[in-house]
Design a protein around this ligand. Structure first.
Ligand code: SF4
Length: 330
């Protein structure tokens, strides 16, 4: 039996840009532009990139909250990217999402009990109100909230507590996969590590597989086994966490890591500043999409897109520096 839980093959999401009175398509925003990826059972895969890199769009496509322009998604070996909503329903139970903003993702008019019971009703996993209530109370205890939270409303809780409710809601259907879309970035730094620790504990307890999306490499480091770095809709580097943090290969990853503050005060790190802003995904640079900001860019980078190659065991990078024996500087 395969140990791959989720597989993406050549995934693309190109949003049309409409203009004029008749709303003609005048171009496309290439939010995700060809991603092939495996997520293994029980692992925690971090996806990192700046805002606009396409990481959240990727997460939504993997859960079939968005239908890809091109490419396929497989869950437990079954292709799910072409399933109707009805056929998709049993898979939805197995794949849940924890959203970034615990304020916006919980309906303020529903009690915590109703919010936790709603997925059980939708998926018809528990028939009686008493069973659903029992399960909701269990879930509250699982995420470290008192049973008495059941009759309260979201506004009665802090941000960290609301995110615990969001996690409990995601767990309610006993999923195999949880996609966290920046689940701690709206929280105070002091609360972030508590929520991350909780998610780590829950992963061990329930044998969950995580895809953890973040813009901050320090957040992903804590929770990931492997990390993928995205730039303008593509993965530019993917590796085991230690390999990526200790020996980053892609110049973009190097820059991101240099910006993470060191926990060791005796280590002086030099921050690599990138030139300019992230280019628009509606008009990405030709060749290597990073060449307009890369400190090592040379002529070939402007014309030819680098392919992903394996440089060390399980450490892949898309950069000409690793396939070209004598790069000539621009
Ligand atoms: Fe920089 Fe060229 Fe490598 Fe792209 S391919 S990251 S521009 S050196």
């Amino acid at each position: 039996m395969s140990n791959v839980l989720l597989e993406a093959k050549g995934l693309k999401m190109h949003f049309p840009i409409k203009a004029g009175v008749i709303r003609r398509t005048v171009g496309y925003v290439k939010a995700v532009d060809g991603i092939t990826l495996n997520v293994y059972k029980g692992e925690s895969l971090g996806i990192v990139g700046e805002s606009g890199s396409g990481k959240s769009t990727l997460g939504r496509m993997l859960l079939r909250l968005l239908d890809p322009t091109e490419g396929e998604v497989y869950f437990n070996g079954e292709q799910i990217s072409n399933l109707s909503n009805r056929k998709m329903r049993p898979y939805r139970r197995d794949m849940q999402m924890v959203f970034q903003d615990p304020y916006a993702s919980l309906n303020p008019r529903m009690t915590i009990g109703e919010l936790l019971e709603e997925p059980l009703l939708v998926h018809k996993t528990m028939n009686t109100k008493a069973d659903r209530k029992k399960r909701a109370e269990e879930l509250l205890e699982t995420v470290g909230l008192p049973k008495s939270s059941y009759n309260k409303y979201p506004h009665e809780f802090s941000g960290g507590q609301r995110q615990r409710v969001g996690i409990a809601r995601a767990l309610s259907t006993k999923p195999k996969l949880i996609i966290g879309d920046e689940p701690v970035s709206a929280l105070d730094v002091s609360i972030q590590s508590q929520v991350l620790n909780l998610m780590k504990d829950l992963q061990d307890e329930f044998q969950l597989t995580y895809l953890f999306i973040a813009h901050d490499l320090s957040v992903v480091k804590h929770i990931s086994d492997r990390v993928a770095v995205m730039y303008l809709g593509r993965i530019v580097e993917i590796a085991q966490k230690d390999s990526l943090y200790e020996t980053p290969l892609h110049p973009y990853t190097e820059a991101l890591i240099s910006a993470v503050p060191s926990t060791d005060v005796t280590v002086k790190k030099e921050k690599i500043s990138l030139k300019g802003e992230l280019p628009s995904p509606a008009n990405p640079p030709k060749g290597c999409a990073f060449h307009t900001r890369c400190p090592h860019a040379y002529e070939r980078c402007k014309h030819e897109r680098p392919e992903m190659t394996e440089q060390k065991d399980g450490h892949f990078v898309a950069c000409h520096l690793y396939t070209d024996s004598s790069p000539s500087p621009v």
